[in-house]
Write a protein that binds this ligand. Structure first.
Ligand SMILES: CCCCCCCCCC(=O)SCCNC(=O)CCNC(=O)[C@H](O)C(C)(C)COP(=O)(O)OP(=O)(O)OC[C@H]1O[C@@H](n2cnc3c(N)ncnc32)[C@H](O)[C@@H]1OP(=O)(O)O
Length: 420
């Protein structure tokens, strides 16, 4: 009898690796493994790979290379990171973190694409809330957010997590981080409930209110809070670190370090926006737009008035950079940020720069989104990244982010790694 063995058995957290093996095959039997997952909007994501069982009729994805399909070579997690949507330019997102994503795994006889005989099947559930992690909606003053608290009495090191253009309330990264011992606040700032529908300027007093909420919470360990943001969210984090007190560590994932298309305000200070020119939009292919060069030039480099004064930040900053980011030139921007810090007598920041990696650096095993609608332009744009390299970058970046926050916020690291 053919059996699919999963370890951990049953379910695990989305950011954990799973070990997949198939037992009961004939010696050297050729098989195709197929993975499928339906997101909450009904979009189907699929991946497949061809394998050969060993002399004992065992196929262990930790030892057997894929011989073709959605990926090749030794890729124990390939069936997840190589998932592709049936709807073109559909982004992989998790909206309700209280339910898992169910991945259906099928073992098909042979290598032919029309092979129909299913030899074995298993459903693997991947959670966004580890057992014991509590989820609490926050509607405090103006703050619209969700707080995640790890199990136990606490207090826990605190992190505020901020996403970019598009707004809404994305919880999946904060919920996964809480599984590693952090009290995390997924923070909305527009396009959510009674918050403004559009964003035409950024006012840091809203974010200061969220920071105060965390600082006064009995389950959140002081004296400082960590910040994590991607894209425009990263630039908001860099601005908070520059102007607000009690921020111990900041991670920018593909941020720019500039006030880009909206001015940033705090009390009497205003960082003017750099501005952009749509005439620099290029058509990449299939009608997809490449917007990487639409921002105006950085006249004066790190002394440009639109640059966020990151030298004022009290705690360290970690820059996570995708070298193939097509949203904007993240690698160049991180370099300029480093120059600015050093010009002000600060230490050179840690910049981790990944080749073949695009704009959306997500938690591990999120399939790459090569292109989707840009909510600012309402047109589909390319985000950059090559699936395999991007996936390796996501795995490494996640570990680096956890290590950085553990070091500077005083957490205890807990990254599971299953063995068969
Ligand atoms: C250009 C000038 C310079 C501007 C630079 C600005 C600085 C930018 C810095 C950045 O932040 S760049 C990053 C830009 N990020 C985005 O544009 C994020 C785009 N938003 C997303 O990807 C959303 O998370 C997502 C579309 C997946 C879901 O959003 P919503 O929760 O609002 O979805 P909703 O269910 O309300 O559906 C809204 C629309 O999204 C579509 N949609 C929903 N889920 C989707 C999905 N998973 N993938 C793709 N599209 C999706 C959905 O079909 C619908 O399309 P229509 O309006 O045409 O009907």
């Amino acid at each position: 009898m053919v059996t699919v063995i999963l370890q951990p058995a049953g379910r695990c957290s989305w950011d954990e690796p799973v070990r997949i093996a198939v037992r009961g095959l004939a010696p050297r039997q050729p098989v195709t493994l197929r993975a499928s997952l339906r997101d909450e909007k009904g979009a189907l994501f699929r991946a497949h790979a061809r394998y050969q069982a060993d002399a004992g009729g065992l196929l262990d994805l930790a030892r057997a290379p894929a011989l073709g399909g959605s990926f090749t070579g030794l890729e124990p997690m390939g069936l997840l990171w190589a998932l592709e949507p049936d709807k073109p330019f559909w982004r992989f997102v998790k909206r309700d973190v209280q339910t898992p994503f169910a991945v259906e795994l099928e073992v098909l006889d042979g290598h032919k694409p029309d092979a129909r005989r299913v030899l074995g099947r298993a459903v693997h559930e991947r959670d966004f809330l580890r057992p014991g992690v509590r989820r609490e909606p926050v509607r405090a003053g103006r703050v619209r957010a969700t707080l995640f608290l790890p199990p136990g009495p606490g207090p826990f090191p605190g992190i505020i997590d901020i996403f970019g253009i598009g707004g809404g309330l994305m919880e999946y990264r904060a919920s996964l981080l809480a599984g590693h011992g952090f009290a995390t606040l997924a923070l909305a700032y527009y396009n959510f409930e009674d918050l403004p529908k559009e964003i035409d300027s950024i006012h840091l007093d809203y974010f200061e209110e969220a920071l105060c909420y965390m600082l006064q919470h009995s389950k959140v360990k002081g004296p400082g809070i960590g910040l994590l943001g991607i894209s425009l969210g990263a630039d908001i984090c860099l601005s908070m670190a520059s102007f607000l007190k009690n921020i111990s560590a900041t991670v920018s994932i593909n941020g720019s370090g500039f006030s880009g298309n909206t001015a940033i305000h705090y009390k009497q200070t205003c960082i003017p926006s750099l501005g952009y020119d749509f005439r620099r939009i290029k058509v990449a292919f299939s009608g997809l737009l490449d917007i990487v060069d639409i921002r105006n030039d950085i006249v004066g480099g790190h002394e440009n008035p639109s640059m966020i004064p990151i030298e004022k930040a009290q705690g360290p900053i970690l820059f996570i950079v995708g070298q193939d980011d097509r949203n904007w030139r993240s690698e160049l921007y991180a370099q300029i940020a480093s120059e600015r810090l050093q010009a002000h007598g600060k230490e050179k920041p840690q910049i981790i720069s990944y080749p073949g990696t695009g704009h959306y650096i997500e938690p591990p095993y999120f399939p790459l989104c090569p292109a989707s609608v840009h909510k600012f332009l309402n047109k589909s744009v390319i985000w950059g990244g090559e699936p395999r390299a991007h996936s390796k970058a996501q795995e490494d970046a996640w570990k680096q982010i956890l290590t950085f926050f553990c070091k500077h916020l005083g957490g205890t690291q807990n990254i599971a790694s299953p063995k068969l």
